[in-house]
Design a protein around this ligand. Structure first.
Ligand code: HEC
Length: 211
């Protein structure tokens, strides 16, 4: 797997272990055997860059928009299958309130399609029919985080991070927040009804919305 080496283990057995390390936890779950509530929290370098959260594939999966190169003149802006996840604490909060909590983290991981025998539109014939099938090649990792304290000047208090897009791209250990116009603006304009998140494309979030 093309994922970075762990900085911290995702499951920290006891909160004091984190405190003792002189760094905050890296979007990891903390909580003890007594059932203390876990907390997913982004952490940052001294320069304010995001320490790439870990284990997003084990968060709650919410939906998968698909934009094949074959349907986008050979160059989809987000190639090609987009799997979106939300951190478990924010999922709970969403189910209860229908809102994104302060600290909410959503991940979007991109995957290329299988190309062997592909039609012009990028589809292939597989056992289940003609359609779009993910290859094992990841092509990008993005996060958006809502935090009024961390991002007081960003519209909606959402900041955006990306590994960049390329088949087999190596994910960096840290990511710099991207300029507002590069990411936030499109989200603000096109997903204003759901606090900058494209809930309309995520059936799992739509079905679970509380409040
Ligand atoms: C042209 C509009 C547009 C721009 C620019 C854009 N996005 Fe998005 N983004 C979308 C759409 C539409 C979705 C819904 C899922 C999908 O189609 O991939 C989305 C979904 C996401 C998600 C999943 C959570 C959510 O908010 O729905 C993340 C994370 C994300 N984008 C990060 C970024 C980053 C990082 C950038 C800047 C590099 C960026 N986006 C720029 C349109 C945009």
């Amino acid at each position: 797997m093309k994922i970075r080496k762990a900085i911290w283990p995702i499951l920290v057995a006891a909160p004091f272990m984190v405190a003792g390390c002189g760094n905050s936890q890296n979007a990891s779950a903390s909580g003890d055997a007594a059932g203390e509530q876990s907390s997913f929290k982004a952490s940052y370098t001294a320069d304010g860059d995001l320490i790439t959260p870990e284990n997003w594939r084990e968060w709650v999966y919410v939906g998968t928009p698909v934009t094949p190169h074959g349907l986008n003149n050979g160059a989809a802006p987000f190639p090609e299958v987009h799997s979106v996840y939300i951190d478990p604490d924010s999922w709970e909060h969403w189910k209860n309130t229908g809102e994104f909590r302060q600290g909410a983290i959503l991940a979007k991981e991109l995957t290329m399609l299988i190309t062997d025998g592909a039609n012009e539109d990028g589809s292939t014939q597989q056992v289940s029919g003609r359609g779009f099938f993910q290859s094992g090649v990841f092509s990008g990792l993005e996060f958006t985080i809502k935090d009024a304290e961390q991002y007081p000047d960003e519209p909606g208090n959402w900041a955006y991070y990306s590994s960049g897009h390329a088949p087999g791209v190596e994910y960096p250990d840290t990511m710099e927040a991207l300029p507002t116009q590069a990411c936030n603006t499109c989200h603000e304009v096109n997903a204003s009804e759901d606090d900058f998140v494209f809930v309309k494309f995520y059936p799992v979030l739509k079905a679970a919305k509380g409040g």
